[in-house]
Design a protein around this ligand. Structure first.
Ligand SMILES: [Zn+2]
Length: 389
């Protein structure tokens, strides 16, 4: 069983943001009151106050006419605020942190909801004292089988809202296998494995992306602050969400398959992302996909006891012949297939790169195991690579 937090941005309605503002305020008030209560008890009577005493105190405060506003928000959230204070004191007593400070309204605000203070059904989260579900941007998938432990709602200083979902997931160890794989990521083909498998962008995704380009062009022509612009923006946002859902689905399936079938996974360093970075929309989307592939492979590898390694980002995986080790001077991006001038083997550009990444990864892993050297910072020379191959 492992605990993992998944953080997403969300956009509250006016009603929700007002309700959250009240809850932030009350949680802060309770935290500061309890801090003062605990501090005074210690200073005056050398009496140590714990969570339980502050919780009783909270019940008293709620009865006081000038603190009646405390009853308007979720009591669970206020109790969680007292638990946070208790943790802050524990950290102080165990010399891990400084003495707890009063919370200010000018800083980042955060409140925690235990499981009895929200509902989660069909991917919709409704907080206590609220009627509508949160409008969450599901930027990464929440594992289906996850058990939710709690939620933290926060608002940063620039006014953005986030929900962090702490989940407990059971990790069934996967059977060990001898298979290993190298993965090359690209714009045309999303991913190519050293075993010759190619993951293409789904057809409906390509269609959606074209449509998105059109919608965005239309949006940019609309008059600022106009009603039409607002409508156009909503249309773009909706399509954006649909595209990222479809892409996430494809990537999820791919990374799950890769992890379940291979003991070690080697992927290209992140410089490919830099390589395609420009203002073209399709490439911008591919960019995000790379990050998602890497992130998913990395955390899934950690969960299931697989090895995940990124060879050096300057490793010339594309220009190197995987059969004889000949290094081309250059290989323009438009060239999808080529013949090695040295051994005349015919190469598919992406497959050749994936094979090289696998070889380099295996070499680096061996190096790390035998020397303890941080392999990620090392690139083998051509001769070393040949000898290890
Ligand atoms: Zn060759």
């Amino acid at each position: 069983m492992i605990q993992k937090a998944f953080k997403y941005r969300f956009f509250p309605t006016d009603e929700q943001s007002a309700q959250l503002a009240r809850t932030f305020g009350c949680a802060r008030f309770v935290y500061n009151q309890a801090l003062e209560f605990r501090s005074k008890a210690w200073q005056r009577e050398k009496k140590s106050i714990g969570y339980h005493d502050t919780a009783l105190k909270l019940t008293e405060w709620k009865q006081e006419p000038d603190k009646a506003f405390l009853s308007e928000v979720s009591s669970v959230v206020l109790q969680q605020s007292l638990r946070n204070l208790d943790t802050a004191f524990t950290n102080f007593f165990e010399k891990r942190a400084q003495y707890p400070k009063f919370k200010s309204r000018r800083h980042r605000q955060s409140i925690r909801y235990a499981t009895n203070a929200f509902t989660f059904r069909d991917g919709r989260i409704i907080l206590a004292k609220q009627s509508e579900p949160l409008d969450i941007v599901w930027s990464r998938p929440l594992p289906n089988e996850a058990k939710i432990l709690n939620l933290t709602i926060s608002r940063d200083t620039s006014g953005r809202y986030f929900v962090s979902i702490l989940v407990e997931v059971a990790v069934k160890p996967l059977k060990k296998t001898r298979a290993e794989v190298g993965i090359d990521v690209g714009v045309k083909t999303l991913a190519t494995t050293s075993e010759g498998e190619k993951i293409e962008n789904p057809r409906r995704l390509v269609k959606c992306e074209k449509r998105l380009q059109i919608l965005q062009r239309r949006l940019s022509r609309k008059v600022k602050d106009s009603n039409n612009r607002k409508k156009a923006r909503i249309r773009v946002a909706k399509l954006h969400a649909r595209i990222s859902d479809a892409r996430r689905d494809t990537l999820q399936k791919f990374t799950t398959k890769i992890i379940s079938e291979n003991q070690a996974i080697y992927v290209e360093g992140l410089n490919v992302v830099g390589m395609v970075k420009n203002h073209n929309l399709a490439k911008h989307i591919a960019d995000a996909a790379f990050g998602e592939i890497f992130r998913e492979l990395e955390y899934k590898a950690a969960w299931y006891g697989r090895t995940y390694l990124q060879p050096d980002k300057f490793f010339p995986s594309s220009k190197l012949c995987s059969s004889c080790g000949h290094l081309l001077e250059e290989l323009p991006l438009c060239v999808r297939e080529w013949d090695c001038p040295s051994c005349s083997v015919h190469h598919d550009r992406d497959l050749n790169a994936a094979i090289n990444i696998k070889k380099a990864g295996q070499y680096l892993l061996k190096l790390r195991k035998t020397t303890g050297w941080d392999a990620r910072k090392v690139t083998p020379t051509r001769d070393e690579r040949r000898r290890s191959a």
